[in-house]
Design a binder for this molecule. Structure first.
Ligand SMILES: [Zn+2]
Length: 499
């Protein structure tokens, strides 16, 4: 069993080494239907139903949220019995109940006995992956059971509800760090749909090679072999106005690193020349150091092979690099591929039921498939997170949602729990998922804290997240752009519109 984990995990962290499933299920082979091909041929899903959820506040009026303890994600102490006043999409006043006036004619939302925190930001997701067992054929190849094009068509069809699941999870912004060109349409969809988080994204990442299982007309990566190809690849993306550039750089056997670094440097310089920051997948310390020296702005995963040294910490700080630990994704793979899935209440309630339904399929197709231990993030990852956080380096919470077992929306809450396991206090964890995320998005002036002038993205919680970070699960209401949502209503609507 350990060997399966090792092989599967190696392929995640080191590079594509396909785990071939046994062949006896070939009788179940399916082919991509006509509908699926039609879906793939264009932006058909954009015309699919957009969820209309009744809103309970906002529009252009004034709404005061009165009586809650406000944890604003600045360095200030929580404000007990506070008031947040929202006008249109923005916060216009914050302060103690006695001092902030509720404007005449304004609506009042009674938030006594509740806690208000900024909307959560997931700094690392992938909309081209569903979280299902079939979503990473480069890691476990089950294309005989579900062809990859079919999986992609299904994912695209469900984008409106995937977006809604984020909002119902209290996630008001996300960054998609690598996906096919069609993911740019997800950003458009998120602007059209009220029940959606803000979406920033990179589009196709640049990579030293692309797993053959990902080869489609619109792959999530562009294979690059020379500085000239890197320059062209970056320029080809500019028209779509990406929010950042992604370089996916797993180490492959036989790779000539010096040779590869030549194009990496050009890709970073070309991106910077167009005011694009660059996020890099580099999970080994030596490689991450090279990437940061070459100008990388964001490390999208933990360094997991060695403890970070003082020189590297100093370098990260001097360059203002943002670090996204993505602790939960390994656990998701271990649970599903190890036939040992435990779902939290918020995963069961908000996670995509069709993705969850695939978690039991390994045992269905292969009754002899063994059960494995779920070890979660390695000790090196946890120690590195604590170390660099203490050093003052910006951390942005990100789940890597979309990978097998990592569910769009609720996965971020588990990520926060694991960050607390690394030794961060609940308040520190909360800041990584709010202020840290806003910094990652390059929107600190508008998002990430509860302050006058910022966009009104916040959550009303039923329990104190500073006592236990898991209390972020207990979402009473979500406010995005000044519009108030009841998560249960969003989920009921999804249930009614079930495809
Ligand atoms: Zn990722």
């Amino acid at each position: 069993m350990l060997e399966i984990f090792e092989r599967c995990w190696k392929s995640i962290s080191v590079g594509p080494r396909v785990y071939e499933a046994p062949t006896q299920v070939s009788a179940s082979q399916k082919s991509c239907t006509a509908v699926c091909k039609r879906l793939l041929s264009g932006a058909l899903w954009l015309s699919l139903a957009i969820f209309v959820i009744p809103t309970f506040a906002a529009d252009d009026g004034v709404t005061a949220f009165v009586g809650a303890t406000i944890i604003d994600a600045t360095d200030r102490e929580p404000l007990i019995n506070g008031v947040v006043v929202v006008e249109g999409p923005r916060i216009v006043a914050v302060g103690p109940s006695g001092q902030v006036k509720v404007p005449a004619g304004g609506r009042v939302v009674d938030a006594r006995g509740k806690w208000i925190v900024p909307g959560l930001i997931d700094a690392h997701v992938h909309f081209f992956q569903s979280g299902s067992l079939y979503t990473r054929p480069d890691i476990i190849d089950l294309r005989r059971i579900r062809p990859y094009l079919e999986e992609i068509a299904w994912i695209r069809q469900r984008i409106p509800q995937t977006l809604a699941r984020y909002l119902a999870s209290g996630v008001t912004s996300v960054a998609d760090v690598a996906g096919p060109r069609w993911t740019f349409e997800v950003r458009e969809q998120a602007q059209l749909q009220s029940t959606a988080p803000r979406v920033a994204l990179s589009g196709p990442g640049l990579a030293p090679l692309m797993p053959r299982e990902w080869v489609t007309e619109d792959p999530p990566m562009t294979a690059v072999a020379s500085p000239e190809q890197a320059r062209v690849a970056v320029r080809n993306l500019l028209e779509a106005q990406p929010d950042l550039l992604k370089i996916w750089f797993p180490l492959f056997r036989g790779m000539d690193l010096e040779q590869e670094m030549r194009w990496v440097k050009v890709a970073i310089d070309e991106s910077h020349a167009h005011n694009l920051r660059v996020g890099v997948h580099a999970t080994q310390l030596a490689l991450a150091r090279r990437m940061v020296e070459a100008g990388a702005d964001i490390l999208v995963h933990s360094v997991d092979d060695e403890l970070l040294d003082e020189d590297f910490l100093r370098l990260l700080k001097a360059r203002g690099v943002i670090y996204i630990p993505t602790l939960v994704v390994r656990e998701g793979y271990q649970e599903v591929l190890g036939n040992n899935v435990t779902l939290s209440a918020i995963e069961r309630q908000v996670g995509d039921p069709q993705a969850i339904a695939t978690f039991g399929d390994l045992r269905r197709w292969y009754p002899e498939w063994p059960q494995g231990r779920v070890r979660g993030p390695g000790a090196v990852m946890l120690k590195n997170l604590k170390r660099l956080h203490d050093y003052g380096i910006t951390v942005a919470a990100g789940s890597d949602a979309g990978n097998i077992g990592t569910l769009h929306g609720p996965a971020l809450h588990r990520e926060l729990e694991l960050m607390a396991r690394a030794g961060l206090t609940p308040h520190e964890v909360l800041i990584t998922a709010t202020r840290g995320g806003a910094r990652l998005l390059g929107r600190e002036s508008e998002l990430g804290t509860i302050e006058v002038g910022k966009l009104a993205d916040f959550l009303i919680l039923d329990a104190n997240p500073l006592e236990d970070i898991r209390n972020t699960h207990r979402i009473h209401r979500v406010v995005k752009d000044g519009v108030l949502f009841d998560p249960d209503e969003i989920l009921n609507e999804l249930q009614r519109n079930r495809p």
